[in-house]
Design a binder for this molecule. Sequence first.
Ligand code: ADP
Ligand code: MG
Length: 295
Amino acid sequence: ATPTAIMVGSGLGAKRGILFKNATAIETSARIDTVVMDKTGTLTKGEPEVTDVVLGDVPGDIDRTRLLALAGAVERESEHPLARAVVRHADRASVPQLRATGFRNITGIGAVAEVDGHRVAVGNRRLLESEGIDAGDLGPRRDEIAAGGRTAIFVAVDGQAVGVIGIADAVRETSAAAVAALHEAGVHVVMLTGDNRATADRIAAELGIDTVIAEVLPEDKADQITRLQAEGRVVAMVGDGVNDSPSLVQADVGIAVGAGTDVAIEAADVVLMRSDPLDVPVALVIGRGTLHKMR
Ligand code: ADP
Ligand code: MG
C-alpha cells in the first residue's frame, strides 16, 4: 500500500481506538481469511461470577460453607479470573477465611494447596485425573453445568471430589454481531479456549461460531495457530491474556483486546482500545480498503 493509504488507514482505525502498530499490520489485515478468537475475556466479558455450588454426596464435616472456605483459601493465592470469582463468592457468603500454604498453580488446569491440614485441589477434570481422583456422583453434575455454557470446576479434599462450582462469564454484547460480520466478509471464525468442550460448544452455538478448539493447554495455543497456517490459512488471533501472547506472535496478525494484559498488548500487531469484538471486522475492512487504494 502507498504511504498515504497507510496513513489514512491508521487514521480511520485510531478514530475507533483500533491501533495498528505498523504498516505491515494494516497490509496483512487485508489478507486475513481466518480469525481465531480466545473465549474468555475476548468473546466473553472476562468477569466470571459463581452461579452454582454443588456439594457431593460426601460423608463427614463438609458442608457448603466449609467447601467455599477451603476452595476460597486456595483460590485467594491464584490470579486466575476463575479463582477471583470463587474468592468474591466466598467473601460475599462470609465464610471463614482460612490460610493456604504450599500453593501450587497448575497452568490451564487448576491449583492445589494445604488448608487447615488438608490437601485441597481446585480445577478441571484434568486436575482430578492428574491427582488420580474419581469424580464420582459429581461427574453428571459437572456435565449439567457445562451443558449450560458455564465453566465447572471441581473441589477435591484429601483425594476425594467433594464439590463442583459453576461459574458463568457473560458474552460481550457485540460478540455475535462481530462473528456475523466476519462471516459476511468471507472470513472463517474459530474459537480457541482452555475451557472444556461442552461449555465452549454451547457458547460457540450462541455466537454462531462453527469451529471450536477446546481444552487447549496454554502452551499449546500457538501450535493451533501454526496448524491452521499449515493448511494455507492467513490467520488473525484475537486474545487478551498472558496465555495468549505466544499465539498472538505466531498469528499473521495478533490482535489484543485493550482491556487485556500488558503482555498481550506488547505481543500484538493491533490493539483494540475499546475491547469491542466488532472492531475485529472493522480492522480487517480498514486493511482491505488500504490495499484497494494501492491498486
Ligand atoms: P482460557 O483459555 O479460557 O483463558 P485457561 O487456560 O486459563 O483458560 O484455563 C483453562 C481451565 O483450567 C479453566 O477453564 C479451569 O477449568 C482450569 N483452571 C485454571 N486455573 C484455575 C484455577 N485457579 N481455579 C480453577 N480452575 C482453574
Ligand atoms: Mg483467556
